[in-house]
Design a protein around this ligand. Structure first.
Ligand SMILES: C[S@@+](CC[C@H](N)C(=O)[O-])C[C@H]1O[C@@H](n2cnc3c(N)ncnc32)[C@H](O)[C@@H]1O
Length: 208
């Protein structure tokens, strides 16, 4: 908790929250992994201190690959020490790679069956939101799924207290999210038992 707060104060734009996600949201965000059969490639973007990472690790089996992309070196250190090093010691045969990089530039090869994304899109300029979704959807395999989350009603709550330019940005981010929802058979699941309550959004890559 302290680790997360320290980064919130240091870099709110990228951290985008005051609190790490809770167990109920982590379960919802990773539910497609538990329905998955056969070997899978999984990508997590923006793990922070790792509430989704620990759930994902529970579903990694021989033959799977798990890649993690985190921009903040401090969070990378915390993740490596707390979760990844002990996991690799217990399961030396499994492939888990941490890339310290923005997702826009991360050196990833091939496509992924499941992408779990914890980025705070409402803190970003609309052009960056578009570029990041373009990158992630480009990395998603046919029939793959991409899950991200946002705090419930976050744009409606932010709008009255921000500048006109930020309001325009929030409207553009909202419109972009709605477009993706239509194009990628989107589904939304409200998780009230999280602080603050959040909505997990799942998009699918249509088979061509
Ligand atoms: C809202 S926090 C979410 C952390 C965690 N998934 C959770 O739910 O508690 C956002 C995370 O995304 C990371 N991040 C922000 N921009 C990023 C980018 N462009 N590429 C990769 N990670 C990024 C931040 O450093 C932070 O760890």
């Amino acid at each position: 908790m302290f680790h997360f707060l320290s980064q919130t104060f240091r870099d709110f734009k990228h951290t985008g929250a005051v609190w790490p996600s809770g167990g109920n949201l982590a379960r919802e965000m990773t539910s497609s992994l538990r329905e998955s059969t056969g070997p899978k490639r999984v990508l997590e973007v923006g793990p922070g201190t790792g509430p989704f990472t620990s759930k994902i690790l529970q579903s990694i089996r021989p033959g799977d690959e798990f890649h993690i992309v985190e921009i903040n070196p401090f969070f990378c250190n915390v993740l490596e020490k707390r979760l990844l090093k002990p996991f690799r010691q217990r399961h030396p045969e499994l492939t888990v790679e941490l890339h310290q990089s923005p997702i826009e530039l991360a050196p990833l090869q091939g496509t992924f069956d499941h992408i779990i994304c914890g980025l705070p899109f409402n803190n970003f300029p609309p052009s960056l939101v578009r570029d990041i979704f373009k990158r992630m959807l480009g990395l998603l395999s046919e029939d793959g799924d991409l899950t991200y989350f946002e705090y419930a009603a976050v744009r409606a709550m932010k709008a009255p207290i921000t500048s006109p330019q930020s309001r325009r940005n929030l409207r553009r981010i909202d419109a972009h999210g709605k477009r993706l929802h239509r194009q990628h058979r989107g589904s939304r699941q409200l998780v009230m038992a999280n602080f603050p309550p959040a909505v997990a959004v799942r998009l699918y890559q249509p088979a061509s």
